[in-house]
Design a binder for this molecule. Structure first.
Ligand code: HEM
Length: 427
């Protein structure tokens, strides 16, 4: 049995509407756009000024690497913000070189390949505990694998990495969810397109969660200033070799970004991986055999899970000058949105793109961005996390299947299955 991504749905869905994504990524619509209107104009109904949607792989790379024309410094999500609000909560994704280059240099050290290798034993132990908690003994269990497995690993790992008390993990993740799931009433009391009061518009970060995280970061920094610790927060507060230091605001905004970026992206990718493997039993068996014997196949499976799911659906740039892209005239000031999930299913870049294939080679996906100065800083960590989950979980699974209705995030930014019910027969 092989079940592929749903590509047979309507091809004229509204790609701005967050409700569209509550039914899954609208692949048929993006397929049509790539074929017939690859750089298309979209109006917004909430007062936004509209945007260009860039859907093909090659065009996405042209935008991504051209930071002189396509800027991150005016915001990276679809919604536009008041300049003062934006300035107060601006994070490293929202700068262009050379400011971005400096910022990235100051925060990169704990995320280098070498440092990340040093976390492997601790992350493996967390993965083992998560699997033990979710699948006790040898039996058949029914569970929401997003909640019980995919959410737990990044949450416990991020807490350990940051060096905050374990019991703060759920609190942090709840706030991260509220920030990134800001269209979904299950994730926040303030869905951005549904709440439209003066009180809400005046709120810093457009969400109390952002402000709470900002304050938490301040407390954690003060604790380390009083008594240094061996963790990522401590390392971020130290000067670089040339003596340069992150400003207080830069540190706090980076902390908020980490809590947001480091959680739900990995969670939804791992959930998508479990679903895909349960639907491709032959590949599941090959992967089970590869654990401990063929690390290259495990790594290639991780890349395919990343491509196939591509959960960060888009980021926005703003044109700094009049320019042309695939025959379309873009004016200075226009919003240009690059669609990673669409690019990762472009026939011109990936043969048979809707097929899940753990042996896919080459697999230069854009799930983490590509050829962009903003290439995901947590990419090594996320890859390791997904690999360790596969290595700890798959040997325990005899058989598994989705056994109930899937609930997806209501968001036009992050695509994910927030509830994925499965039956797992363990060994
Ligand atoms: C499967 C999991 C993940 C996915 C799919 C993902 C995806 C992305 C994407 C698409 C970008 C922007 C790339 C661009 O604009 O070219 C990004 C940037 C970023 N990600 Fe991730 N990410 C993941 C996990 C993580 C983790 C675990 C962390 C940290 C703990 C993290 C931290 C960051 C940061 C700090 C940036 C901004 C980098 C910069 O502006 O220079 N991400 N990520």
């Amino acid at each position: 049995m092989s079940i592929s991504i749903e590509t047979t749905g309507p091809d004229d869905l509204n790609i701005v509407d967050p409700d569209t994504y509550a039914n899954g990524f609208p692949h048929a619509t993006f397929e049509r756009l790539r074929r017939t209107d690859p750089v298309s104009w979209w109006d917004e109904t909430d007062g936004g000024k509209g945007f260009w949607a860039v859907t093909r792989y090659d065009d996405l790379l042209s935008v991504s690497r051209n930071t002189a024309v396509f800027s991150n410094a005016q915001g990276i999500t679809l919604e536009e913000m008041e300049p003062d609000d934006f300035e107060a909560r601006r994070n490293m994704l929202e700068y262009d070189p050379p400011e971005h280059t400096r910022y990235r240099r100051l925060v990169s050290r704990p995320f280098s390949r070498r440092e990340v290798m040093g976390y492997e034993a601790a992350i493996r132990e967390i993965a083992r505990q998560v699997v033990d908690d979710a699948l006790p003994g040898s039996s058949t269990v029914h569970l929401d694998v997003t909640e019980r497995i995919a959410k737990q690993l990044p949450m416990r790992m991020l807490g350990k990495l940051l060096g905050v008390p374990d019991e703060d993990g759920p609190w942090l993740v709840e706030r991260g969810d509220a920030l990134l799931g800001n269209f979904d009433p299950e994730m926040t009391d303030y869905p951005v397109d549904l709440v439209n009061t003066d009180e809400f518009r005046a709120m810093p970060f457009r969400s109390p969660a952002g402000l709470e995280l900002y304050r938490y970061a301040e407390e954690q920094a003060n604790l380390r200033r009083a008594c240094p610790m061996h963790d990522v927060i401590n390392s971020l507060l130290q000067p670089a070799v040339d003596g340069e230091l992150l400003s207080d605001r830069e540190f706090k905004n980076f902390f908020v970004l980490l809590v947001g970026a480091g959680n739900d992206t990995s969670r939804y990718t791992m959930a998508a991986g479990m679903k895909a493997l349960s639907e491709h039993p032959d590949q599941m068996r090959d992967l089970q055999r590869a654990i401990g014997t063929n690390p290259a196949l495990v790594e290639s499976a991780v890349e395919e899970i990343l491509r196939y799911s591509t959960v960060t659906m888009n980021f926005r740039r703003t044109a700094l000058a009049d320019t042309e892209l695939n025959g379309r005239s873009i004016r200075a000031g226009d919003k240009v949105v690059i669609w990673f999930t669409s690019a990762d299913h472009d026939h011109d870049a990936f043969p048979d793109p809707y097929r899940f294939d753990i042996r896919r080679t080459p697999n230069d996906h854009v799930a983490f961005g590509l050829r962009s100065p903003h290439l995901c800083l947590g990419a090594q960590l996320a890859r390791m996390e997904i690999r360790l989950l596969l290595e700890e979980l798959l040997p325990r699974v005899k058989d598994w299947a989705v056994d109930g209705p899937i609930e997806r995030l209501r968001s036009n930014f992050i695509g994910g299955m927030k509830h994925l019910p499965m039956t797992i027969e363990t060994r």
